[in-house]
Write a protein that binds this ligand. Structure first.
Ligand code: HEC
Ligand code: HEC
Length: 623
């Protein structure tokens, strides 16, 4: 009897042991980052979004070796296997560039549909996996032929990407929901989705632990019911239990949110950007893009606290990336708005070296404005939770509709802003300097940038009263509109038919959505507002029910639509949200004509609007 029990015990223990080994194999793998270190530890590479370059550094001597132009807005970067070749996601040019880091040459490119964000390499370097934020794909590229082998659906706006150690599974995070999807790489099937809270937002990265079946996702929460300095935006790391080899799948995957604003006393941080785990799995670092600081943490395997703070450190402007050296002795930080890499000793936490990776490509004024836009510190915010970039990251929307005091307001993208003033859905701000009211108001509770009282939003100018405020306006107005990926090969036949419908007398779309920016709202003429019967469904609306005509450029990626976010799709704008034909005439259109019109809207812009705007004598706002 006793022997049988003992035998059983040993067998069970053996199974657990095997499972443990198996689970070791099942997890750790590469994670996406804006920084990578070669397998031999001799090269470090970072992508410089503003400069359009990749910089290669010798991490042992802290020297910059070379800077390589790669294209517009590079994001994720990875070394291929054990080599000194790199793959870089060129976000704005829609390709993945392959670079020889020793020679500083671009070897070739793989064109992708749109917005490559993360790129990770398989261990042998034969493949890279890439997330395409739009239209929501995970793609496999053969690094020899530089051709796309397979394309899988990966949810909506996928950004973060990591591979399991056995390279059988990809972990992908959705930017606007922080949902984590597990995708089986052999079949492309989604084997599990780990949903987040409806408030979780801006999840750019996922890191897997080297030995434990856990993943870490830095992200924020956007609590839309409270547009208020203390209750709107919160920083987190979500810890996700990954399946072990035999282990629970689907519903059993747990996630736990660790708040990063009460981690050390009442110290608040904002805009968690990337996390790194040391190679021995004992230590972790998270960087905060808006409070310019980081936490060093001890990793616990207790399914309870998970992470305990060791140290808080103030670092440089807008840190966006962190990576440990392969031996775990150092960690490297990328301070994006200082254009610097800084190395810290992982034990003593002393600064060990600094490398300037690129020269400021923005000019002094835009850089100053961009630093302010990304800052949750004084004079921008007194409570440290919120920066402009918390809701307008890199000029994109946050995918949210906020309950503002004046009613429900969907966050618009800031692209093309310089040509589409006045601002806000209700056109209640005529210059970007009026956002001094946002800084000083309940939302951010900052000291503000103007010395003395601020003029009313539609009153006398706030422009010219503060160099910093003018710089903030200059940066905010600097975003151009990317061309639609739906019109790369010109307009499709459906889009051409849709164009006829759009410009027809009957629908009258172009009477308000006029000119190169598809709006009658521009800084050259007096503001015109229109009641298109969209303001009556929100009982909290406090403003007159007339709205500023929004630009239609780039709306293929900015759902939901209308000021209150009440239309989930473009089709809804034209059908369910236009019951009485008060917003153009659309009721006479057959279903296939609505589809054609939608195809046309998705193809905007199919050409650069700026030359046509200049030719038409339109004026733009510089600051
Ligand atoms: C809590 C989220 C949040 C924060 C923080 C925030 N915004 Fe906004 N922003 C919004 C929303 C929502 C709207 C739409 C509001 C409206 O139209 O009334 C908006 C609209 C705008 C617009 C108008 C765009 C257009 O096309 O009309 C600009 C410009 C802008 N914000 C700049 C800023 C600046 C500068 C800051 C920092 C000082 C900032 N925002 C902070 C959410 C935010
Ligand atoms: C009388 C002026 C006017 C006409 C005509 C008009 N629009 Fe609009 N459009 C607006 C206004 C104003 C809004 C913003 C309404 C709101 O947010 O509640 C808008 C919003 C939109 C949006 C949502 C954009 C976004 O970013 O949320 C789309 C899409 C759109 N219009 C397409 C069309 C099409 C297609 C037609 C023709 C069938 C049309 N519009 C006719 C004035 C007009």
């Amino acid at each position: 009897m006793f022997q049988t029990l003992l035998h059983r015990f040993v067998t069970v223990a053996g199974i657990f042991y095997l499972m443990a080994i198996h689970s070791l194999l099942a997890v750790a793998g590469p994670s996406n980052s804006l920084l990578d270190i070669s397998a031999d530890g001799r090269l470090l590479a970072c992508s410089n979004r503003d400069s359009g370059t990749v910089t290669v550094v010798d991490p042992t001597t802290f020297t910059k070796l070379r800077e390589i132009p790669v294209g517009h807005k590079p994001e994720g970067v990875t070394f291929l296997g054990n080599s000194h070749q790199l793959a870089v996601a060129i976000y704005a040019d829609d390709n993945v560039a392959f670079v020889d880091a020793d020679k500083g040459e671009v070897l070739g490119r793989c064109e992708v549909f749109d917005e490559p964000y993360s790129v990770v390499s398989t261990r042998d370097g034969s493949r890279v996996w890439v997330t395409l934020e739009y239209p929501g794909h995970l793609i496999e590229i053969d690094t020899k032929s530089r051709k796309i082998l397979r394309t899988f659906n990966a949810g909506s706006f996928p950004r973060g990407l990591a591979l399991s150690n056995d390279q059988h599974t990809a972990f992908v995070t959705e930017y606007y929901t922080a949902t984590v999807r597990l995708i089986e790489l052999a079949s492309g099937k989604e084997i599990a989705a780990v949903p987040a809270s409806s408030t979780d937002n801006l999840a750019r990265q996922i890191t897997v632990h080297p030995t434990l079946p856990k993943a870490y996702v830095p992200h924020q929460r956007s609590k839309i019911t409270a547009a208020h300095g203390e209750g709107s935006i919160f920083p987190y790391i979500s810890v996700i239990d990954l399946p072990t080899a035999d282990g629970p799948l689907k519903d059993d995957l747990k996630r736990k949110r660790i708040p990063m604003d009460s981690f050390i006393g009442n110290l608040v941080t904002a805009s968690p950007w990337e996390t790194a785990i040391s190679p021995d799995g004992q230590q972790a670092v998270i960087v905060f893009g808006a409070t310019d600081d980081l936490f060093v943490m001890e990793v616990r395997d207790d399914n309870y606290r998970e992470l305990t703070p060791i140290r808080h450190m103030n670092i440089g402007h807008n840190p966006r990336a962190v990576k440990y050296s392969n031996d775990g002795k150092w960690f490297w930080l990328y301070n994006a708005l200082d254009f610097e890499l800084v190395a810290y000793d992982a034990k003593t936490l002393q600064r060990a070296g600094l490398v300037r990776v690129t020269e400021n490509p923005l000019g002094d004024e835009i850089l100053r404005g961009k630093r302010l836009f990304y800052s949750a510190l004084m004079p921008m915010a007194s409570r440290r939770w919120i920066a402009c970039s918390s809701c307008h990251p890199d000029s994109d929307p946050d995918g949210r509709t906020w309950q503002n005091p004046e009613g429900l307001r969907n966050t618009p993208p800031l692209v093309g802003l310089a040509w589409t003033h006045p601002q806000h859905w209700s056109a209640d701000r005529d210059e970007t300097q009026d956002f001094e009211h946002t800084i000083r108001g309940l939302l951010m509770q900052g000291r503000g940038l103007i010395n003395g009282p601020v003029a009313e939003s539609l009153g006398s100018p706030n422009k010219g009263r503060s160099r910093d405020l003018d710089a903030l306006a200059a940066y905010t107005n600097s975003h151009t509109v990317p061309l639609s990926p739906h019109a790369k090969n010109g307009l499709s036949d459906a889009a051409k038919r849709g164009r006829e419908i759009f410009f027809s007398k009957e629908t009258a779309c172009a009477t308000c959505h006029s000119g190169p920016y598809f709006t009658d709202s521009n800084p050259s003429t007096k503001p015109v507002l229109h009641d298109v019967n969209t303001g009556r469904s929100d009982p909290s609306e406090k403003m007159p029910l007339k709205y500023d005509t929004p630009t239609l450029l780039g709306i293929y990626r900015s759902a939901p639509y209308l000021h209150d976010g009440s239309a989930k799709t473009l089709k809804d704008v034209l059908t369910t949200n236009n019951a009485g034909d008060k917003h153009g005439k659309s009721s006479h259109l057959a279903a296939n004509q609505i589809d054609d019109l939608t195809e046309f809207l998705k193809a905007l812009p199919y050409e650069d609007p700026q030359p046509a705007a200049v030719a038409a004598g339109l004026r733009k706002v510089d600051r």
